[in-house]
Ligand binder design. Structure first.
Ligand SMILES: NC(=O)c1ccc[n+]([C@@H]2O[C@H](COP(=O)([O-])OP(=O)(O)OC[C@H]3O[C@@H](n4cnc5c(N)ncnc54)[C@H](O)[C@@H]3O)[C@@H](O)[C@H]2O)c1
Length: 493
């Protein structure tokens, strides 16, 4: 876990809010300053989208969220921060002036990063008293899902600053890309800009509509760019002779004036045409709905690539393992409720967990209990290495009793009592609580310790057996819940 716990954010627009979500979902406390009077609502909406996407991508695996605070000034946002990320409007003079203020209000060793899409770091750090701690950390929208962050230092940036920023970004699931030479637009926006200029010309010249241009990307090259990029894809396109053959075959076309170096003038006529065609294309779908569609598609792509452990999927997979390790570390420091039960799951009711009755759908209750059981298993040492060694626990029985409904966004907590921690059997009683300690449901479960290959129950041994026995011993004197042993249809008292 990084020691850079408190993050100061200056600017909470599209990018600043995305940073807030990524840092919070990875357990960092975040303090944001943005003069927009609606900042709280806007941050809340982006955070809700990010929680939803993250829960899908990580299948519910989550670190406890950090705390979000809205500051009243730039100084308040950064003075206690361990790391500062600036996401102000893309204006050099404004950034220079406010970066100098952040510099004056922050401990000199704290890294100050800028989200700028293309301004030169040497110019941005000009008025800072400690320019060596300034670096560009250029992310991509949505920051909470896309891993890429370009790291670019200016003339006065210290090497340690770049390393520290890269380490923090990596720890929150990103893929830092070091830009070797300071250059306007860095790497990614230079590529995007070239393609964007051409797209605007095609609309300008009436060759294609905005929708046709998007189709030309999303049904073809766009799909393969998401995992291999330009060079690797063209290497493959060169056949067995690879890149040399590709260059020989398509090299002559590069000499033809197909594309233009400067974008068309953004005349009122061109702006109207692009905006109208874009409105037609969206067909009335709101930006928030389009954001959710975009996020769902990104989750599908990242999830597919994770299964192949390739490209951005490898970054997601490594981050997932990092979260599992951090949770295991946390779980080892046993957390108990005042009545002596194990606290094994905390979360909240997500929008897609709501059913046609307007409250949490039944499958999600089991999901919360399953998460609690997984935490318990990690706590007694049943981790990846243990399972790879051929032993695990399988759930063989579950009985859920519903007591109350859970509404959208309600906080959830599972507390668990070990009823029996025998050689083969692990008998538990989970209780799911909502706001104000309201009991929502309970679940009694029996798990069996198994030899995975032989598919039969075998005795747990070694440290796992000892850790489970210690937990069972600690719970031996707890009163037995009345609902234990109930069957479907039994009278309630
Ligand atoms: N939008 C993108 O796709 C994208 C991608 C990568 C990087 N960036 C970069 O991120 C930065 C922010 O861009 P954005 O798209 O989030 O813009 P935005 O307009 O959505 O957000 C800018 C925010 O800064 C706030 N702001 C203005 N003055 C301020 C002040 N004095 N103190 C604090 N906050 C102030 C505004 O209220 C606004 O909320 C820019 O440098 C941009 O180049 C943008």
């Amino acid at each position: 876990m990084s020691t850079l716990q408190r993050i100061g954010l200056v600017g909470g627009g599209v990018i600043g809010a995305g940073w807030a979500a990524r840092f919070l979902l990875n357990g960092h406390d975040v303090v944001v300053f943005d003069p927009d009077p609606e900042i709280e609502r806007k941050l809340g909406e982006v955070l809700a989208n990010a929680r939803r996407a993250n829960a899908k991508l990580m299948s519910g695996l989550a670190l406890p969220e950090g705390k979000l605070t809205i500051a009243g000034s730039i100084e308040e946002a950064v003075s206690d921060a361990d790391f500062v990320q600036e996401s102000l409007p893309e204006r050099e003079d404004l950034k220079q002036q406010l970066l100098a203020r952040m510099d004056a209000a922050t401990r000199p060793e704290v890294v100050i990063a800028s989200s700028t899409s293309g301004l030169l770091p040497s110019r941005l750090q000009r008025d800072m008293a400690h320019p060596e701690r300034f670096v560009v950390g250029h992310p991509f929208n949505p920051v909470y899902l896309l891993p890429l962050v370009e790291i670019c230092g200016g003339e006065k940036t210290a090497r340690e600053t770049k390393l520290a920023a890269a380490a923090l970004y990596e720890q929150i699931g990103m893929r830092p890309l070091r830009v070797r030479k300071e250059i306007d637009g860095f790497i990614a926006d230079r590529l995007l800009e070239a393609q964007w200029r051409e797209a605007l010309w095609l609309v300008h010249d009436g060759v294609a509509t905005t929708e046709e241009i998007d189709d030309a990307i999303r049904f073809g090259a766009g799909l393969r760019w998401s995992f291999m990029g330009n060079f690797m894809i063209y290497r493959v396109a060169g056949g067995e002779a690879g890149m040399r053959h590709f260059l020989a075959q398509f090299g002559p076309a590069l000499k033809l004036p197909w594309t233009k170096l400067v974008a068309p003038e953004l005349s009122d006529e061109l702006i109207d045409r692009v905006a109208e065609q874009s409105d037609d294309q969206a067909a009335g779908t709101s930006i928030r709905d389009l954001e959710r569609l975009r996020d769902d598609c990104l989750v599908s792509v990242l999830g597919g690539l994770r299964a192949r452990d390739y490209g951005a999927g490898a970054v997601v997979k490594a981050h997932e393992q990092r979260i599992i390790d951090q949770l295991a570390e946390r779980d080892a420091a046993t957390e108990t409720s005042p009545d002596g039960l194990l606290v094994l799951y905390r979360g909240r009711v997500l929008p897609e967990w709501i059913d046609y009755n307007g409250h949490m759908t039944e499958g999600r209750y089991l999901q919360c209990f399953a998460e609690a059981s997984d935490t318990l298993l990690r706590r007694i040492g049943v981790d990846g290495a243990y399972v790879a060694g051929g032993r695990s626990y399988f759930t063989v029985e579950t009985h859920i009793m519903h007591a109350a409904e859970a509404k959208l966004d309600a906080p959830l907590e599972v507390r668990t009592q070990i009823l029996r921690g025998g050689k083969k059997r692990l008998h538990v009683f989970h209780q799911l609580f909502g706001p104000d300690d309201l009991l929502l449901a309970s679940a009694e479960q029996m798990l069996l310790h198994v030899d995975i290959k032989a598919q039969r129950a075998v005795a747990a041994e070694g440290d796992v057996r000892k850790a489970l026995a210690a937990l069972a011993e600690a719970h031996a004197d707890l009163p037995r819940p009345k609902a234990v042993g109930r069957h479907v249809g039994a009278d309630r008292d």
